[in-house]
Design a protein. Structure first.
Length: 306
């Protein structure tokens, strides 16, 4: 299957990065190189570093960026400082992160991300490490419940965990279709007729498999440290949990003084380290939503390092 990639809010990202022809830019989730290619096309003596943990993405992006001022490396965006250091780069003018699962990963059934197709339970972005099958068949009831609550905000987490435990006692749960049926069984009948009841469970397990929040937490610190003064940090999120992490970290860097509000003068001495380029996140236009419905939940937040 071809690695199709429609870059979300492309123009907003390019404007937000404020690309300089001699600048250093990092696309920490380069995927099919949709954003990366447009960034690299605007460079003459500068450099784009594209990073992705998915070997399919690395292969595709490398081909699509041939002849441009770009280098693609296999790795996790949470290790972007070491990736840059290996290329003898210690500071960047801009960093872009387009979070979540790619359209290619969702649409390639055998990768096991989607509940719309029957495939082996996998969900590994890197094709390495523990898989969704391991989590579903080996984690305890309490651990499964915790994952579904915290990463999927699934209110029926205990019931779904009950159903998983019950089924795996008979035989291992091997496929996405099996898991989807089990989730439906664990949800009260009236909720099965509403939105697809599998969405939150599949999201939660995918996040756990790929340690997405842990990597995001580290990447925020690594990226901010890597930025030059005046450098831009652009992050696209696709659900409320990861957006909350980004929003809170950005707000912390922009806040400065942390003294209690009743203090007459500042004694902490903390100064703002960054500024928000807009109070509210950018969202996809109606025109983009028509062309790419998967951009509907996307939010773009941008800060500039002081």
């Amino acid at each position: 299957m071809e690695f199709n990639h429609i870059p979300v809010m492309l123009n907003e990202c390019l404007e937000g990065l404020d690309i300089k022809p001699d600048g250093i830019y990092i696309d920490g989730t380069c995927g099919g190189a949709g954003h990366s290619k447009e960034i690299a096309k605007r460079l003459d003596t500068g450099m784009l570093i594209g990073i992705d943990r998915d070997p399919d993405a690395v292969e595709t992006a490398s081909k699509r960026l041939e002849g441009l001022r770009a280098t693609v490396v296999k790795g996790n965006y949470s290790d972007m400082r070491s990736a840059a250091a290996e290329l003898q780069i210690d500071k960047a003018d801009g960093i872009l992160l387009d979070l979540g699962v790619s359209s290619y990963q969702l649409d390639t059934a055998e990768r096991g991300f989607s509940y719309h197709a029957d495939a082996p339970l996998d969900m590994r972005m890197s094709k390495e490490g523990i898989s969704a099958r391991d989590i579903v068949n080996e984690y305890s009831h309490s651990r499964l419940t915790k994952i579904l609550y915290e990463y999927g905000e699934e209110k029926f987490a205990p019931r779904i965990a009950d159903a998983i435990i019950k089924h795996r006692e008979t035989a291992p749960i091997e496929t996405t279709a099996e898991l989807a049926d089990i989730v439906r069984e664990g949800v009260p009948a009236k909720f099965r007729r509403e939105k697809n009841p599998c969405k939150k469970t599949f999201q939660a397990i995918r996040i756990a498999v790929n340690c997405e929040f842990e990597h995001l937490d580290k990447a925020l610190d690594e990226g901010f440290e890597l930025l030059k003064p005046g450098g831009r940090f652009c992050i696209i999120t696709f659900h409320s949990l990861e957006d909350r992490i980004v929003k809170q970290r950005f707000a912390g860097w922009c806040k400065g003084c942390t003294c209690p509000p009743d203090f007459p003068v500042c004694v902490c001495g903390n100064k703002p380290k960054a500024r928000l380029l807009s109070r509210k996140p950018a969202e996809a236009s109606e025109q983009e939503l028509e062309a790419n419905p998967r951009s509907r939940s996307a939010k773009l937040r941008i800060i500039e390092k002081l």
